[in-house]
Design a binder for this molecule. Structure first.
Ligand code: SF4
Ligand code: SF4
Length: 131
């Protein structure tokens, strides 16, 4: 194929809406972050790497990886410390870790499918499905 005939990327239509969701994925207990993620958070908050690592992450004792710290949540038991508990939005969106940028890495989100099904069953578009 010649360079002039490069395929035009087809936009992928996602089948979920994070704006209508209580940010369930931000409540996962194990949200793994790497060195680049910690460095990005450190820059965002104007602190050094060690401070960001200690302040925003904890070590998974089994896997020896760093996980985002949690705090108590109003909807689910706990959520990532960066989740705005009222607005259900990320407060560090531009500096969020790579795993948050890519999730759910698919056209569908399993939780959103479940949420939509429950909302249809309940006849309540605001219903929050707890797992
Ligand atoms: S659980 Fe799914 S729909 Fe909800 S915020 Fe996360 S990716 Fe979006
Ligand atoms: S950093 Fe932001 S997007 Fe990632 S889990 Fe925390 S609140 Fe959610």
């Amino acid at each position: 194929m010649s360079q002039k005939q490069k395929p035009v990327p087809v936009p992928v239509r996602v089948l979920y809406s994070c704006e209508k969701c209580p940010a369930y994925c931000c409540t996962y207990s194990d949200i793994e972050v790497g060195k680049r993620d910690i460095a990005r958070l450190a820059k965002h908050f104007g602190v050094d790497y060690a401070t960001a690592e200690a302040r925003f992450t904890r070590e998974d004792p089994k896997e020896k990886v760093r996980l985002l710290r949690h705090r108590s949540d109003k909807v689910f038991e706990s959520a990532c410390m960066f989740l705005d508990r009222e607005k259900r939005q990320c407060t560090v969106y531009d500096a969020r870790p790579g795993v948050c940028r890519h999730y759910p890495d698919s056209r569908r989100c399993g939780y959103y499918d479940f949420l939509r099904f429950e909302r249809e069953q309940q006849g309540d578009p605001e219903f929050i499905a707890l797992t």
